[in-house]
Design a protein. Structure first.
Length: 334
């Protein structure tokens, strides 16, 4: 009992220090960290602490899903297995349908030859012709079934692919979530450990006040529209992520700092030009602006240190008056 009370006290201190609400997800992650039973979770949190990264509900949910939900991992594995099975089934039905169609053509040719080569046709050949025609009919029915099965397997494969994408997307904005980000970054760095990756951290200026004035419902609509605008500046090779409540992160592989800063400025101008009108009373809503911080990943740092440094650059943009772009060179010059 005393050990449990001591852990509870430490958990409470951890949550208060990081300004986290004591709801079940946050409490569970903190309790497991304090207990030290989950080595991977402890390592991830220690890396964040070493990088002086901020903890919020998004990060705590990511840690919970990644390290404390075996069901999540099992579901992901099951989804991968089923997707692979359906893909193989689609390939088999494609081949089977093609082979059956070719066989039917061959039977047609054979039946025609029997009829042309023997006049009058001997009883044995006549019987063979009837058997061939009957078998041809069966093969046609089989081919129809294969075509239907093929269509269903392709549809199922598409639906599974959509489901996989949904598990990696933020439902409100349609941007990728932090789990998808981590998976993609690991892939990039496994392909090329010293790969150049630029990050643009984006934060909506004074958005908490906007939500207070106009309500969370309108705030969510505005947030999704801004996210759509931000995403439009990211090419297919890049990755737009919802990293926090009103925070986005644009990851741009094989892009230098100068180019990333130019893209960030385009994003800032694009959002600034957006205009919003209330659907209820047709009144214009306040203009939304964003602050952006640009940094380049260094192979000598872990990913959490990089995100923390990128966030520091973003904070610099906010300190300089918001609605502007800051880059890591400015931070180093302070």
């Amino acid at each position: 009992m005393q050990q449990a009370l001591d852990k509870a006290t430490q958990v409470g201190a951890f949550l208060r220090h990081n300004q986290l609400a004591a709801h079940p997800t946050n409490y569970t992650v903190a309790y497991e960290y304090i207990s030290g039973n989950n080595a991977e979770l402890c390592q991830a949190i220690e890396q964040k602490l070493a990088a002086k990264a901020e903890f919020d509900d998004f990060i705590m949910a990511e840690l919970y899903n990644r390290y404390l939900m075996p069901e999540q991992q099992q579901q992901e594995q099951l989804l991968q297995d089923v997707s692979g099975m359906v893909s193989r089934l689609s390939g088999y039905t494609d081949l089977a349908a093609e082979a059956t169609e070719n066989f039917i053509d061959q039977l047609d040719h054979t039946a025609f030859k029997l009829e042309q080569d023997a006049q009058p046709m001997p009883p044995a050949l006549a019987e063979l012709k009837q058997v061939t025609l009957a078998y041809r009919k069966q093969q046609q029915q089989l081919n129809q079934q294969l075509v239907a099965a093929n269509q269903q397997s392709h549809q199922l494969r598409d639906e599974l692919e959509q489901l996989k994408q949904q598990r990696l997307q933020d439902p409100l904005t349609g941007l990728y979530n932090r789990v998808a980000m981590q998976n993609q970054v690991e892939l990039w760095l496994s392909e090329q450990p010293d790969r150049r990756i630029a990050a643009i951290a984006v934060d909506l200026d004074h958005f908490a006040r906007f939500n207070q004035d106009y309500g969370a419902t309108i705030g969510d609509i505005i947030l999704s529209k801004v996210a759509k605008k931000v995403r439009s500046y990211v090419q297919e090779s890049g990755m737009p992520v919802r990293s926090g409540g009103e925070e986005f992160l644009l990851l741009l592989p094989d892009v230098d700092l100068r180019t990333a800063a130019e893209i960030a400025e385009q994003v800032r101008k694009g959002v600034e030009k957006l205009r919003f009108v209330s659907a209820r009373d047709k009144k214009s809503l306040p203009k939304i602006t964003i602050s952006l911080g640009v940094a380049l990943y260094q192979a000598s740092e872990n990913w959490y240190q990089f995100l923390s440094r990128t966030n520091s650059v973003l904070q610099l943009a906010k300190q300089r008056g918001r609605n502007q772009v800051a880059n890591e060179v400015m931070l180093a010059a302070i």
